[in-house]
Design a binder for this molecule. Structure first.
Ligand code: ZN
Length: 501
């Protein structure tokens, strides 16, 4: 391989190393660091972030990218070198588009906005957050203008998290999802069948929860030789290389779901990055291709596997062994129904498989209205509650359980929410494609045997890392672009059976 490309690769490795050092400081801050270390830690992270930004946006780096791009211009479109240069170039151009003034203001405003949001949420007082929300909306709007877009400002923000996805496509897809799931939810609610999930709300010793979560994460294929399970307040997965992909979880002493299914969720994220091609090491290709595809893997492991009947046929005895007093006399069938209870609820992160997307659709619609100026920050609580009533048939008792529940808007992070729901749709689309391509898979999954599915995901998703765009990846794997139909068919069948509709 030629000179400029190799020189660029060296710089890309250095930049990657800096970014991973920042990620490690972040992981440590959340999982281990004593609270007293916060002020210096923020300074350490700021210094490294500034260094990385300087390195990644310099004129010299830009020249090097251009020269390397010329060298690989005639390579096959599938060549990793060509794809890597294109990705580095894209990131470089994006980072250069924002004015230094906006970058600085964003850091200052979001720092204050986060504190105001935390206080507002704790006191359930939206007025404390409102002036900061006005500012983060302005920042999002200005960012969209500086990034640029073809159709509408929201496209520019969406594109940061889901490359190539458009607001129009999301709007049409979400309309189809709500058209199908709102009536299904209404049928479930009005049917009046109550699922008793009290078995999940018992005293579960935290140490036993951790042990069994490790067992279940191992059962779905998370590699602890290249991983680590830590405890945090807000769980996430992070990786420093494909050989060090860490997960975090939280444990409720009186509720089994957050620890167990949260661990499965983060395992899905980490399995994705553990599976990336070793040749991508220390480059931007050694990660998931988009937030939506990343979320498809976490949701696939959490829900399509982790809340399936077959999986618990194979693994329920391990859970019972960990909690003989709590679950010894609870059958696998009872447990399966309990973990699949559908219920309109206020909090997104606690929502079930059917209602989750409705929480996202609400946020998506409000974000667009805020960005376009059709909705003012002041009117967010009313708009939120109206949409909750319309989609889920309930009204939050306070803004803490309504429009103040998520941190995203305090971080000026508009355009991210849709990827959660896109992840749910991609998950079923990929799962169905695997079923269609592997004749034995259906019966394997009925016995909780997931090896075949794991291999298919590795082959069609994980190993490619960020080499392909989300649309390229899903089209290669399933034969078509994003579609809501597999998801709608899946939830309709699953919850009609569970609720006897
Ligand atoms: Zn996730």
């Amino acid at each position: 391989m030629s000179t400029h490309y190799n020189t660029l690769l060296e710089k890309v490795h250095e930049l990657n190393d800096l970014q991973k050092a920042i990620a490690l400081l972040h992981w440590d801050r959340e999982a281990i660091m004593p609270k007293a270390g916060m002020a210096e830690r923020v300074q350490q992270m700021t210094t490294l972030t500034r260094l990385a930004h300087r390195m990644g946006t310099s004129d010299k780096f830009g020249d090097l990218i251009e020269r390397a791009a010329e060298e690989v211009a005639d390579d096959d479109d599938e060549s990793t070198e060509k794809r890597l240069v294109a990705e580095v170039k894209w990131q470089y151009e994006q980072a250069r588009r924002l004015s230094p003034e906006l970058v600085k203001r964003r850091a200052e405003v979001t720092g204050k906005a986060n504190g105001a949001w935390q206080e507002a949420r704790a006191k359930a007082d939206f007025a404390l957050f409102e002036p900061y929300l006005e500012q983060t909306i302005d920042i999002a709007r200005e960012s969209a203008e500086q990034y640029g877009y073809d159709q509408q400002p929201y496209d520019a923000l969406l594109n940061l998290f889901e490359r190539g996805m458009t607001t129009d496509t999301v709007r049409k897809t979400f309309a189809a999802v709500s058209d199908a799931t709102v009536p299904l939810l209404q049928a479930i609610v009005s049917d009046g069948k109550q699922i008793d999930d009290s078995v999940l709300h018992q005293a579960f010793a935290v140490e036993s929860q951790k042990a069994v979560a490790r067992t279940i994460a191992t059962a779905v294929g998370y590699d602890f030789e290249r991983g680590y399970l830590g405890t945090v307040v807000h769980p996430f997965a992070t990786s420093f290389s494909r050989n060090d992909c860490r997960i975090t979880s939280r444990w409720y002493p009186d509720f089994l779901n957050p620890g167990l299914f949260g661990t499965l969720h983060e395992s899905g994220h980490a399995i994705y990055e553990q599976g990336t091609d070793a040749a991508f090491s220390r480059t931007p290709l050694a990660r998931g291709t988009s937030s939506g595809i990343h979320e498809s893997q976490s949701r696939l492991f959490e829900n399509l596997i982790g809340r399936s009947y077959g999986f618990w046929q194979a693994n329920y005895s391990a859970l019972q062994a960990a909690f003989p007093a709590q679950l010894g006399s609870v059958t696998c069938d009872q447990f399966y129904l309990a973990i699949n209870k559908v219920q309109p609820s206020f909090i997104r992160v606690e929502a079930d498989e059917l209602t989750y997307n409705l929480h996202i659709i609400l946020r998506f619609e409000l974000e667009i209205a805020l960005l376009n100026g059709d909705l003012q920050a002041h009117d967010v609580p009313t708009a939120w509650n109206d949409k909750m009533q319309q989609l889920l048939g309930i009204t939050p008792p306070s803004d803490a359980q309504g429009c103040l529940q998520d941190m995203h808007w305090s971080a000026a992070m508009f355009g991210y929410f849709p990827t959660y729901a896109l992840g749910n749709l991609y998950a079923v689309q990929l799962y169905d494609a695997a079923l269609a391509q592997l004749p034995a898979l259906k019966s394997e999954l009925e016995y909780g045997e997931i090896g075949g599915l794991f291999s298919w995901l590795h082959e069609n998703v994980h190993r490619h890392g960020k080499k392909y765009t989300p649309d390229e990846l899903v089209t290669r794997a399933t034969g078509q672009s994003l579609t809501h139909e597999p998801f709608v068919a899946y939830v309709t069948k699953k919850f009609s059976q569970i609720y006897g509709l």
